[in-house]
Ligand binder design. Structure first.
Ligand SMILES: *Cc1c(COP(=O)(O)O)cnc(C)c1O
Length: 398
């Protein structure tokens, strides 16, 4: 009996990994225990976020940090901080930015559905560069000079989507930002693991870095981390925290929010709608410590054995398995299952649909369906679901 049965839902087998659409990463027992323990007592949220800031700063090698409502929320809060600084009038006006700089530069090839999170703060995105490789027009991609050429007195900052293939290199974009006094906000939502990225991206000079808490870190799905410059983190926190206190009594921890820099107390800001609970903050910090300590490495052998078992099971079906080893050793392999449509009589899309509609419903990674390939990501599997998954795959591919 599943708790989801009470709501007439059948839990799925998630062979897609920590994707948001299917509910994110598996939280370790220690993270769930921390969530429950935190729920039974109360602390002022700004003191809790200040404590989180110190812990995140230590683990990321930055000045300060904030637990956000996910990496997308981190992009909204980071953008809000860049747009307002400590200007209370600007904080009050967001997302309307008439009369102050609010253009954020972005490489055209780095735009995605997540740039909505940047625009939500009130920013306008100004696109730069081309990817002439994907447009089949040449050999070049976005270049650093193209950012510089787009800077005007309306420019407020730069946003950069970090990944192994991102161009130009972050250092080059940071150098342009520094030269013109423009902060660089980095979306690194899915770039953990490797653990080294906790510190490496900020070390390249990014002013703010946004990570998901509910992917590789395995915290609550609705959390993330924004880390970087102390003044920008403070500006983000001011626009996210509940601000209903008396000026006579309000005493935020000075290393987190320096009251001396403020002309007064802002009211609830644009991030008030993106609040994070005390339980989520504690659970995220617990997960972050586990992730940073390498505690998840012990799962790799288990993940590997699931994939091997599926491969064995699928021998003799109308499919061809290939294990894909990640580029760094801190992640786990995935299994690509190429479907022979001419023999099976069904496309990969059709197989995927049948798996989703079967019992139990199975969701495989769907990024390579158009190449006739299902992908198995073992991150959210356990002994029981891995066995059921192998059986369902075998049924559909025989
Ligand atoms: C997952 C993801 C996000 C959103 O992260 P959440 O923590 O789900 O808000 C943003 N950008 C990229 C590139 C992502 O992969």
């Amino acid at each position: 009996m599943s708790i989801y049965n009470e709501h007439n839902l059948e839990p799925i087998i998630n062979a897609s990994g920590a994707v948001t659409r299917l509910g994110g990463a598996p939280m370790p027992a220690a993270v769930l225990d921390a969530f429950v323990a935190a729920a039974g007592e109360w602390v002022p949220l700004e003191q809790l976020q200040a404590a989180a800031s110190r812990r995140i700063a230590t683990l990321t090698g930055t000045e300060a940090g904030l637990v956000t409502a996910g990496s997308a929320a981190g992009l909204t809060m980071g953008t809000a901080a860049i747009l307002t600084g400590f200007d209370l009038g600007r904080m009050e006006r967001l997302p309307h930015c008439d009369g102050f700089p609010h253009e954020i530069l972005i490489a055209r090839e780095q735009r995605s559905g997540y740039d909505h999170a940047i625009r939500a703060a009130g920013a306008r995105l100004t696109e730069v560069g081309f990817n002439e490789i994907v447009s089949n027009a040449g050999v070049r991609r976005t270049e650093a000079w193209e950012y510089e050429a787009a800077i005007s007195d309306r420019t407020a900052g730069i946003v950069y989507a970090f990944g192994p293939g991102s161009r130009p290199d972050l250092e080059e974009v940071v150098a342009i930002g520094r030269k013109h006094g423009l902060p660089v906000l980095v979306d690194a939502a899915g770039e953990l693991p490797p653990r080294a990225n906790l510190t490496a991206i900020a070390a390249l000079g990014a002013d703010l870095v946004s990570f998901s808490g509910g992917k590789g870190i395995r915290g609550p799905q609705s959390t993330g981390i924004l880390c970087g410059r102390r003044d920008l983190i403070a500006a983000a926190a001011l626009q996210m925290l509940d601000m209903d206190d008396h000026p006579e009594l309000w005493e935020p921890p000075a290393d987190f929010i320096d009251r001396e820099k403020l002309a007064g107390i802002p009211r609830h800001g644009i991030g008030r709608a993106l609040k994070v609970s005390k339980e989520e903050i504690i659970a995220l910090l617990t997960a972050l410590d586990l992730f940073a300590s390498g505690a998840y490495d012990k799962d790799f052998a288990r993940f590997q054995s699931y994939l091997e078992a599926i491969e064995t099971e699928l021998r003799g079906t109308h499919s061809n398995c290939r294990t894909v080893v990640p580029s760094h050793e801190e992640s786990w392999p995935t299994l690509e299952i190429a479907i022979d449509e001419s023999v099976l009589g069904r496309s990969a899309f059709e197989v995927c649909r049948r798996l989703r509609n079967g019992s139990p419903p199975v969701y495989v990674s769907h990024g390579q369906l158009s190449d006739g390939c299902l992908v198995i990501n073992p991150h959210c599997l356990n002994d029981e679901t891995a066995t059921k998954l192998a059986r369902r795959l075998c049924e559909e591919l025989s």
